[in-house]
Design a protein around this ligand. Structure first.
Ligand SMILES: [Cu+2]
Length: 525
């Protein structure tokens, strides 16, 4: 009874209603740092982890009642997996979730009527990985592997980590319900450390902090709120949404937290793990920060920024130097919104300096690398981002006019360099993600959308525009702008098998903006 009062009233006596963000005080909770997963044993010379998905009670805010969520190892976010480049690990992902789903399931979506409601599969986003360990959407498994999907191959996943050091993340990818499983809480960080980073003197240890940003909505009782139907309501209930917009922001599982920092440099690994919402990050008073990495790892050199857009699934690593801001409180803002959603968290520069800050913002991060040249591409694919209406007049988002279950059309050959051109004929941006691979953005070129809708001809209306300065590194997710042809280039080097490419707006991915991709060996002549 006493404790109930504690969370429903905060110190200025205003009643806190989790369903009304105006009543929720900001910067109450200290930012949690996700714990680091520990291997259970060594198997065949490599660390072996077991991580179980569980339903747990989570405290999103000190003044909220507890919220029922799903978490890897029962944590929100899941435990951070830390590995070294080229060092293999094994993970047995276990489903220990209850039989009943936390959130409303639309049974009209593909595969949502037959298999168990609670099915999971873990995708390591950004990883170069054999397909059997990639977390294919139909490789799902129910509790204790009692039932499994059509492409399920193994219980223990193998990650070789043959790629650059990078901030990756793992999350659920089960067919038809990815949006619900991720919103329920199934997401965590996976950090690949590259030994060459040691020479760079980047902020390390306690000064290297991952930030997972997610929008969330709650009911008054503190339970997670996810819409059951569209507005206006579709004739089927529950119904998939064309998008989801939460009304609060969680960072590492706390709503509008604060982080008390020392007056020195910090490295932040920032991930937008929201279903639909994109953010543009800015520090109070437009203070500058330095971006050092994109999705796939370090950039050639740091980029000085005041604003950083982040689409769903994109990662960006920043160095923020608090040394000149001793005693200040700096809000990390989202300039895409001017209300509650315009605030992400706060940095309070109130801790004394523990020791001299010997970290640096290096002038150069990685040496010049192989340049992927558009003229040398073995194959160029023109891929349309489009929408139709279903029998209930709901939008169905499509890739190249095909549904998920249509036969595979993208079959890259190992050894080939491919250019993919995303032709966005819808009126909003889609963050396009290709599994298995890191690519470079070539350019975005505006085209005449009206003409295209008449005769299907792409008439460019301007010159190609170079990627933004914060996008000029290795990427696995790219913002495909409306009315633009967004071109990316990538080289397929290993791992033949069954992968997918899709929009990372999870409401789109589930219906039906996801397609299979089959990577094939070169035919021997
Ligand atoms: Cu989309």
């Amino acid at each position: 009874m006493g404790s109930e009062k504690m969370y429903t009233k905060h110190k200025i006596g205003k009643k806190v209603d989790p369903s009304n963000p105006d009543t929720v005080p900001k910067f109450v909770d200290e930012l949690p740092i996700p714990s680091v997963a520990k291997p259970r044993e060594v198997v065949k010379g490599s660390p072996y982890y077991e991580i179980a998905m569980k339903q747990i009670q989570h405290q999103y805010h000190s003044f909220f009642p507890l919220t029922t969520v799903w978490g890897y190892d029962g944590l929100q976010p899941g435990p951070t997996i830390k590995v070294r480049k080229n060092e293999k690990i094994y993970v047995r992902w276990k489903n220990k979730l209850p039989r009943k789903h936390l959130l409303p399931i639309d049974r009209t979506l593909h595969e949502s009527a037959g298999p168990p409601d609670v099915r999971t599969v873990v995708h390591l986003h950004g990883a170069n990985v054999a397909w059997e360990s990639d977390g294919h959407p139909e490789a799902w498994f129910s509790r204790d592997f009692a039932e499994t999907g059509s492409t399920f191959k193994r219980q223990v996943y193998e990650y070789t980590n043959r790629q650059m050091g990078a901030t990756l993340w793992y999350h659920d990818h089960a067919i038809g319900i990815t949006r619900l499983n991720v919103y329920a809480g199934l997401a965590g960080f996976y950090l690949i450390e590259d030994p060459v980073e040691k020479h760079l003197k980047l902020p390390r240890g306690d000064y290297d902090i991952p930030l997972m940003i997610q929008d969330r909505s709650f009911r008054s009782d503190g339970s997670l709120q996810y819409p059951e139907n569209t507005t206006p309501p579709a004739p089927v209930n529950p119904s998939v949404q064309p998008f989801f917009a939460g009304n609060t922001i969680a960072v590492n599982g706390k709503i509008w937290p604060k982080l008390t920092v020392e007056p020195r440099k910090y490295r932040f690994r920032i991930l937008n793990a929201s279903n639909t919402t994109a953010y543009t990050l800015r520090l109070g008073d437009e203070r500058v920060f330095y971006q050092i990495a994109t999705d796939g790892g370090l950039m050639e050199r740091p980029v000085e920024l005041t604003d950083l857009p982040l689409e769903p699934a994109e990662r960006s690593e920043l160095i923020i130097d608090f040394s000149k801001h001793k005693g200040k409180k700096m809000i990390l803002q989202n300039t895409n919104d001017d209300g509650n959603m315009g605030v992400i968290m706060r940095f309070d520069v109130l801790l004394p300096l523990k020791g001299m800050d010997s970290s640096e913002i290096p002038r150069k991060l990685i040496s010049d690398e192989e340049i992927l040249d558009e003229k040398q591409a073995d194959k160029t694919r023109l891929l349309k981002l489009d929408a139709i209406e279903d029998e209930y007049k709901r939008p169905v988002l499509l890739l190249d006019d095909r549904m998920w279950h249509d036969p595979v059309t993208e079959k890259p050959v190992i050894g080939d360099t491919e250019v993919w051109k995303f032709v966005n004929v819808t009126n909003f941006a889609h963050p396009m993600h290709v599994h298995l691979i890191q690519f470079k953005i070539l350019h975005r070129t505006p085209f005449d959308l009206e003409r295209f809708n008449q005769d299907g001809h792409i008439q460019y209306t301007g010159p190609p525009i170079k990627p933004e300065i914060h996008e000029r590194g290795w990427k696995d997710t790219v913002k495909a702008e409306p009315g633009m042809v967004t071109s990316v280039i990538m080289k397929f080097t290993e791992n033949p098998g069954e992968y997918v490419w899709h929009c990372h707006i999870l409401e789109h991915e589930d219906y039906d903006m996801m397609r299979p991709m089959r990577v094939v060996e070169k035919e021997k002549s």
